[in-house]
Design a protein around this ligand. Sequence first.
Ligand SMILES: Nc1ncnc2c1ncn2[C@@H]1O[C@H](COP(=O)(O)OP(=O)(O)O[C@H]2O[C@H](CO)[C@@H](O)[C@H](O)[C@H]2O)[C@@H](O)[C@H]1O
Length: 526
Amino acid sequence: MMNAHAPIDDTHRDQRGLTGHAAEPAHGVPAPPHLKVLSVTSEIFPLVKTGGLGDVTGSLPKALAPLGIETTSLIPGYPAVMQQLKSAMPLVTFERLLGERASLLHTRAEGLSLFVLDAPALYDRPGGPYVGDDGADHPDNWKRFAALSLAAAEIADGVLPGWRPDIVHTHDWQSALASVYMRERGSSLPVVLTIHNLAFQGQYPASRLRDLGLPPEAYSMNRMEYFGDISFLKGGLQTADAITTVSPTYAREILTPRFGMGMHGVLNQRVSILRGIVNGIDLDVWDPSSDPHLPRTYDVNSLRRKRENRAVLLKRFGLDATRDGPLFSAVSRLTWQKGFDMFAETADEVIHNGGKVIVFGQGDREIEQALLNTASRFPGRMAVHIGYDEPTAHLIHGGSDAIVQPSRFEPCGLTQLYALRYGCVPVVSRTGGLSETIIDANDAAMSARVATGFQFHPVTADGLRLALRRALHAHADPKMWARLQNQGMKAKFSWERSAQQYAALYANLVRRPGQISAPDLRRAAL
Ligand SMILES: Nc1ncnc2c1ncn2[C@@H]1O[C@H](COP(=O)(O)OP(=O)(O)O[C@H]2O[C@H](CO)[C@@H](O)[C@H](O)[C@H]2O)[C@@H](O)[C@H]1O
């Protein structure tokens, strides 16, 4: 049965090689709430996650719901996503979305409302969201994420009968083109673009513009032109109504050449619409008192039970469980950003002070190898496992004493927040969100009983070594360590406050008569 839906301007569509038709009634499309947000993202926990982006896009919608904001997330139909959708009917089919057949489906899964872009030619393949099984980028990533963005622009245009968002929220370069497509079509619907990681920018040759269905004028300083190429992220920065990043400190840092990754010029131009909103964490997913991945659950009053997790963890990583001593661990992408080359140089500090080290992650081959080389010098005392696995990440937090995160830049960082909640003391560099979320255990902070971890600056191997030394010294004083754990576990990093800030931002952008206002939202949150 065909469904009556918003008229389609075929001329307009054909210019982009796109024809759409509604294939089924729009049953299952979410009912209109106070404010409808279309969040466009390449990953979303728990369906598909490679890092913090997935955590945030998976947990923010739940935090916004009590504020009267219904988020529906548009995600690619990767195999893991399509498995959840066996019986969903297409809401609309595009015969040629950037040349590929694609359909939009709707489902609710894991407490999330989802639009799924089912485009087998783009997403039905082995590997992860960005790389194939061989570890190399999918060669058509430009098309895979442009198609996602174009589908978002279609939804903003009203292609789904009975459902149109009030706001579009894009995340990183993978969905940044949505606002470029929207502005090309004359849509003035508000768009918020959140930068989770400025290091990835979606940079491609300018010759791709044609394949993207964008006019030659898009290759200009105030659109997508970027050092002779085009950049999806720059296009988004130029066309969004608000730009956020995931901590106020990082929002300031990216205005400088050192942290701006080549985008500081455009970010300075757009500074009036840029702000930082710190990430929260999902307190249900990361809760040591109910975590199904822990052999033994615990809370702030039963921290001694961590020892049982620790024993399991040491065994799992093949480390000597007979001797005591602190366990310093890391769960991270192993990239230049995360600074683990510096930890490869300094992990011996932990070992020489009677401790043990676990590193779990994957990333740059060179950094992986440097860590493996260090571990090979300390059999039974340091283990490096290359891999990615959610339950193991939880177990590491559940059984470790300290979590090391020596990032060179860190927009927010979530691992240190999980560490706090799990009674691990974070050892972090003083940058971006790490500097805002961890309070260094200096004398003043200790006597004020607010310290939660150890920070180092400048961000060098020597700086890290000193911080490790300070943390090891503190661990030798059980009272001091217990205080740090206690203070960390009591720190508040729920989404509540940050969700209010997003809600107020949305409300200010929408500002329609009768529409929910920022004060309303504040009241709703009280
Ligand atoms: N080997 C492994 N196995 C299992 N899980 C693993 C893992 N390696 C990492 N993870 C998980 O991936 C997530 C990492 O999140 P972060 O926010 O710390 O960094 P990331 O750089 O991915 O995120 C970017 O986006 C987020 C969200 O905005 C920002 O906080 C951050 O600063 C920015 O760099 C955590 O949930 C962690 O447990």
